[in-house]
Write a protein that binds this ligand. Sequence first.
Ligand SMILES: [Zn+2]
Length: 219
Amino acid sequence: MITKEREDYLKAIYHLQKDESPVRTTTIAREMGVKPASVTGAIQRMAEHGFLDYQERKGVTLTEEGRRIALEVIRHHRLIELYLIEALGYSWDEVHDEAERLEHAVSPLFIERIAAALGHPTIDPHGAPIPTADGEIPPLSRDKLSEAKPGTVGTIARVNDQDPELLRYLADMDIRPGMQVTVLEVKPFGGPVHIQVNDATHAVGLQAAENIYLKASDD
Ligand SMILES: [Zn+2]
């Protein structure tokens, strides 16, 4: 049986698998803010249900079924975030926590109605791709602004959506996904990244720059 807790595990493992595969239980525990012992218990039961493969001392990988469920929850999350902004007037820093709750509760019909009402969007408000109903998802940009070289020209692909304060900081500078950006200067020793967006220049703090992802222009 799939529960809210299991959906959260599958979603977390789906994201963590991009950096580490198999994903160690200690990594999952850190990500989810729970004790490693409770992670082991939960994933053993989920392995019995066929949602993931668990190798002791190595870690877990999602099965096809586990991946399907993770992408379904991510589809819910991203569509709900967009709907809250487009239809209910939320700002982009208010929607993540709301979507964390609602993503588990909505029915397939409800989510397809939302998708249709929004014109079947492919990108969420923070620039992340929305998985299709068939579980297709384009690759995520992994190029951090903090690691960009001066002279890089591209667009802001996405920003991490989990910290409302960061999102307000970016909104104040009018930095959003889809915008053209030129990297002017990267200060050493944790200093800011200087960028140009439209006609304005900004010094973006390193901590913020680590949460902004670029798509470099093809040249
Ligand atoms: Zn979110």
